[in-house]
Design a protein around this ligand. Structure first.
Ligand code: NDP
Length: 255
């Protein structure tokens, strides 16, 4: 697919150290967008930035922890100084830490809420003025949030993760009422099972990649991160008056 409309867009992609964020950044840059790569692992970001630059693209590695306001502020200042006004924001940073609720893992709950909800909000806070100004200048402006089918489907041990994603889905829908009238599009994408690093942080062996999650991959297969990246690029290249508000993307065998 040709995504010529991406040329010259200034994009911020969080979670760009791996998975969907990395593939989205790669695809946007391949079609001419200038892309800021955000995540905590700077080595990964630098590697990807070097790959994009070697291929003739423009990328800036910006080590940012979305749970830390000072880190987001510093990252945003650098992006503004080096890339300019942002017109495409992709919130892909996220963590998924399932456990039974009666384990009382407040450390995991806090990390998921701070990353998946407040982290996305910090990024929205940092770049909404850019999106509104870009749209006012007649440019296409997009906020794309990567939520999850877990926002709707209940699953034992995933109550808190699902709650963070339901919050993000609701946030995206609500923001349309604020930003749509100012010509900023807001898109919420809800992927199903996707082959990334997301499951590798689960510390409960029964639920992790060697257990329940691995069995799900075996049974229903998975999307590739590139499938979701392709959807982000599709969404961002529709004509300016078209807002794909809510997208669900699942492996064919996932109910
Ligand atoms: P990955 O684990 O591969 O990617 C998550 C990214 O988020 C990493 O690059 C990680 O980089 C970054 N990240 C995590 N915490 C922070 C933080 N505090 N600050 C900045 N960056 C952070 O998984 P996916 O690509 O699958 O995840 C992308 C999104 O998709 C997530 O929001 C996830 O919830 C969602 N999703 C995933 C599904 C799946 O099956 N994989 C299904 C549905 C939704 P670093 O550690 O370097 O900071």
């Amino acid at each position: 697919m040709s995504y010529t409309a991406l040329a010259g867009r200034i994009a911020v992609v969080t979670g760009a150290a791996s998975g969907m964020g990395a593939e989205t950044a790669r695809l946007l840059a391949a079609h001419g967008a200038h892309v800021a790569l955000l995540a905590r692992r700077e080595d990964r970001l630098k590697e990807l930035a070097a790959e994009i630059t070697a291929a003739g693209g423009t990328a800036l590695a910006v080590a940012v922890d979305v749970t830390d306001q000072a880190s987001v502020d510093a990252g945003a200042a650098r992006i503004h100084a080096e890339l300019g006004r942002v017109d495409l924001v992709v919130n892909s940073a996220g963590v998924m830490l399932p456990n039974p609720v009666d384990d009382g893992r407040i450390d995991e709950w806090t990390r998921m809420i701070d990353t998946n909800v407040t982290g996305a909000l910090r990024i929205i806070r940092a770049f909404t003025a850019d999106l509104v100004a870009a749209a006012a200048d007649g440019r296409t402006a997009d906020l794309v949030d990567i939520s999850s089918i877990g926002a709707h489907v209940t699953f034992p041990n995933y109550a808190v993760y699902g709650a963070t994603k339901a919050a993000l889905t609701h946030l995206s829908a609500s923001l349309r009422s604020e930003l749509g009238p100012r010509d900023v599009r807001v898109t919420n994408i809800e992927p199903g099972l996707t082959d990334t690093e997301l499951g590798s942080h689960i510390d409960n062996a029964e639920l992790g990649e060697a257990g329940q999650l691995g069995a799900m991959f075996d049974t229903i297969g998975s999307l590739a991160a590139t499938d979701v990246a392709d959807l982000v690029a599709y969404v961002a290249t529709r004509p300016r008056h078209v807002n794909l508000r809510q997208m669900v993307i699942l492996p064919t065998r996932q109910a």
